[in-house]
Design a protein around this ligand. Structure first.
Ligand code: AP5
Length: 226
């Protein structure tokens, strides 16, 4: 018997969330998943998971991530291809943190065309530098359920403890100030050219990521419906 399909699942197609570290890609991806019940594909999360399991990929990526640099395109594209081949991606999916270079974007366009998928809709979340710094240094994550908090903007009910499952919240090692600077630099030099790349093909929608989370979500949903 075929697996039951979640009634919220609609043919959303591929969605890319583009934006600098701390813009709120992960936060907004979770809102899209809650609305449309499609998979959330975060390349950062997959790399961190590989690292925690000590896989060959995780070992190769670890030092690069700790320096705040980008993992080589070939490794990341192979990893994304493995995930996109899974059946749950057929109605659509949300890419968070991918593509991050023009090479990755070209690879994805070719992959989607070859798989007879619709071209991706790209939602670019804009936030200024000082706000990004505050968000990244204040971010805390639940290691059990993945819920994202912020000590400044979205604190848990009890300090340091997840509202959902009571786990102790953790800070990401790359959210230290020494690693945030190279991450933002990598975004500026290697990822920002994607704004131009997707604008040329008419697929880019910009949202103001400086607004409160719910207002950003409303803008994202409007962009997806358009
Ligand atoms: P990755 O895990 O993708 O990190 P990132 O892109 O740096 O993005 P973040 O997860 O830091 O931020 P976010 O935009 O998701 O923000 P969030 O919603 O958490 O990548 C990590 C590393 O992996 C890279 O450095 C690289 O080495 C490697 N990598 C990954 N993908 C790769 C690729 N494709 N190619 C090569 N290498 C790759 O929000 C941040 C904080 O702000 C939270 O505390 C949240 O609560 C808060 N917040 C969110 N929205 C709001 C709001 N509207 N108002 C107030 N606070 C808010």
């Amino acid at each position: 018997m075929p697996a039951a399909v979640d009634p919220r699942t609609r043919n959303l197609g591929p969605v890319i969330l583009l934006g600098p570290p701390g813009a709120g890609k992960g936060t907004q991806a979770k809102a899209i998943v809650a609305r449309f019940a499609v998979p959330h594909i975060s390349t950062g999360d997959i790399l961190r998971d590989n690292r925690a399991r000590g896989t060959e990929l995780g070992k190769r990526a670890a030092a690069i991530m700790d320096r705040g640099e980008l993992v080589p395109d070939e490794l990341v594209c192979d990893m994304v291809a493995d995930r996109l081949r899974q059946a749950d991606c057929a109605p659509g999916f949300v890419l968070d943190g991918f593509p991050r270079t023009v090479k990755q974007a070209e690879w994805l366009d070719a992959y989607l065309a070859g798989s007879k998928c619709a071209p991706a809709v790209v939602v670019c979340i804009k936030v200024d530098y000082n706000e990004l710094l505050r968000r990244l240094t204040g971010r805390r994550t639940c290691p059990a359920c993945g819920r994202i908090y912020n000590v400044h903007f979205q604190p848990p009910r009890v300090s340091g403890v997840c509202d959902v499952d009571g786990s102790k919240l953790v800070a990401r090692p790359d959210d230290s100030e020494e690693v945030i600077a190279p991450r933002l630099k990598a975004y500026e030099t290697q990822t920002l050219p994607l704004v131009e790349y997707y604008t040329r093909s008419g697929r880019l929608r910009q949202v103001d990521g400086a607004a409160p989370v719910e207002q950003v979500t409303a803008q994202v949903m409007k962009a997806l419906e358009a």
